[in-house]
Design a protein around this ligand. Sequence first.
Ligand code: PLP
Length: 381
Amino acid sequence: MEKSAHNLQMVDLKGQYEKIQEEIDSAVLEVIRSTAFINGPKVRQFQANLEAYLGARHVIPCANGTDALQIALMAIGLQPGDEVIVPAFTYVATAEVIALLQLKPLMVDVDPDTFNVTAEIIEQAITPKTKAIVPVNLFGQSCDMEPIMEVARRHKLWVVEDNAQAIGADYTFQGGQRQKTGTIGHIGCTSFYPSKNLGAYGDGGAIYTNDDELGPRLRTIANHGQVKRYYHDLIGVNSRLDSIQAAILDIKLRYLDEYAEARRTAADYYDKALAGLDQLQVPVRHPRSTHVFHQYTLIVKDGRRDALQAYLQDHGIPTMIYYPVPLYEQVAYKKAMANHFDMLPVTDYLCRSVLSLPIHTEMEEGALKYITDTLIAFFKA
Ligand SMILES: *Cc1c(COP(=O)(O)O)cnc(C)c1O
């Protein structure tokens, strides 16, 4: 079998680093020499720059995206047993923090084109015990947030956006007003896991809000519930972004829009090259959102997903399945959801049919051509 000469990877963190190596190395060295490892000026500087970039009144850096979600849910004063609506087609962290806080994850299906929850799906699931919604901006584009916020207003529900995969994307309201994803719900959460669109060189996360009461409350909870040193008004957690990560992120933030553009250029190439294949559905771009392509995810029709994945692997092309198992079928969540429903048809179908191709900021045209030629050859064979 012919192997690719392209050394293909799902993400190319090394190639990305090499382009900004001087800036990164000197920023990291500066933190080490300052010894201000925790809560140093670099953390405040990154926080201010991220607030400006997002147009958010409050950014609270924290240790990772899962903590961000947990702190967000702690801040809105839910009671054990309250229901939180969450898509079943997402990364486990979204439901995990709900369950950890003794809340009930109310899993719902997603739209088969955008892979995101919609206002209609959410509204049908609401019960008198529902208190919050966690829409996930999956794979790099926004949920259709304007109608979701309308449903939330009508039913007095909190909205916590899981924006771990879509930092930098813009959502456009009916009136033409544009807002960054994660700043539309009451609280937004993001992850700086290295492979995310804004990736640290370790773990990191952030919470954002435009609410002047929630902002300080979130900051207090992330810092042991401490209002001033050694005075604890709330039960909190210890969740910090360290100064080295903040220094790295502050540099990478300057390139975030450029990175999104590079990902979109790769996605455009894939779209065009694969357009003629009826056996695939290329990602559907929602007209209200820009897409920052955290993942480029195909639907492979006719049950041929696993065969295609094996064929690509034989030709040196890595792919990933995000996500192979619906949340309600995970062993840890199965029992809790058992009385609720057997399965959600779209989530079930997507888990059997999706395939994500390599996409990152360093994709070259030769690699894209090799990947798409190989895909076409599979279906023509
Ligand atoms: C990555 C991710 C998280 C969790 O982020 P960590 O920093 O790994 O804790 C949560 N939700 C979604 C959708 C993610 O992709």
